[in-house]
Design a protein around this ligand. Structure first.
Ligand SMILES: [Zn+2]
Length: 296
């Protein structure tokens, strides 16, 4: 068995992925780990395609490459550099800006920015396991003058709802979503997406949460207190996110993507499985994202 890429050092990374071919072989391995099936006709027999690592269906002649229909689809620069971006994004605790990636890899800043957005798509919550036990929910506004977000275009504040799952003395998971308003419809749609209906949910006394007691049977509302003193962990989690956002000089327009990036890293801080490989696998499983999908 291959060793998991747990806390892979840059030297190990370079040994494991010396060139584009090694990256392609890795993707082929992951993509067809459970066997091959033609995406067009479902046939399970194939022969080698013209390009290395590609597979051609023996029935309809459709050709698949290891990158097709993954988040690596149509990457227009060397695959090895794409792997470096995944590596840097997954191993830098504080994240890495597209400007820094551009400098390190000799790629255009825009190219790095765009590919990083794809990595961030892979970082989105899979929604497979809902938060359970003690959960807290709160909304906060992000952006605007007092946050000092550099380079913002409109300085508009955006509302974000956060949920934390508590375990022992700490916070085991964090999720967040940009919402249009704090109506129970908006709050509820996020909460149902990430929280189990049997969880002990705690919110402040905002009226938008009250109707959600129908769905969340153990939802209780308590006074928020001055500066959220009754929600110290939530307060700390939000401060942590805002501090990170400020430090990265992010543009607030892509706030949801940054929330996904931050929470992905936060939620895997204590995970034993290597972040890097986890992210690579998610990239292989992810659907292709076009430039248009990303900027819209
Ligand atoms: Zn076929």
């Amino acid at each position: 068995m291959e060793k998991k890429f747990e806390s892979l050092t840059i030297f190990e990374f370079q040994r494991r992925f010396p060139d584009d071919n090694a990256c392609m072989a890795y993707l082929a391995d992951k993509k067809w780990e459970e066997g091959y099936a033609c995406p067009k006709c479902g046939n399970t027999k194939y022969c080698k395609g013209a390009k290395e690592h590609s597979r051609q269906c023996t029935k309809c002649n459709h050709i698949c490459t290891p990158t097709s229909s993954t988040l690596f689809h149509k990457v227009k620069f060397p695959l090895l550099k794409a792997f470096y971006i995944v590596y840097y994004v997954s191993t830098n605790k504080k994240g890495i800006s597209s400007t820094e990636l551009s400098r390190k890899l000799g790629l255009g800043q825009k190219t790095c920015w765009l590919f990083k957005q794809k990595v961030m798509v892979a970082m989105r919550s899979s929604g497979k396991s809902l938060m359970q036990g003690k959960v807290e929910v709160d909304e906060t506004s992000v952006g605007g003058q007092e946050e000092g977000v550099v380079g913002r275009k409109n300085g508009k504040k955006q509302l974000v709802v956060f949920a934390i799952e508590r375990k022992g003395k700490g916070v085991s998971r964090l999720y967040g979503k940009v919402i249009e308003n704090a109506s129970s419809q908006q709050l509820g749609s996020f909460m149902k997406q990430v929280i189990d209906e049997n969880a002990e949910v705690k919110t402040d006394e905002w009226s938008g949460y009250s109707p959600l007691k129908k769905h969340f049977k153990h939802l209780t509302q308590v006074k928020s207190g001055k500066k959220g003193e009754n929600f110290p962990d939530m307060h700390r989690a939000i401060m942590g996110f805002k501090g990170w956002l400020r430090g990265m000089h992010h543009h607030a327009e892509h706030l949801q993507a940054y929330i996904d990036e931050y929470t992905y890293r936060f939620n895997r801080n204590f995970m034993s499985v290597g972040l890097f490989e986890n992210l690579l696998i998610r990239m292989v499983e992810g659907q292709p994202h076009t430039y248009r999908m990303i900027i819209s």
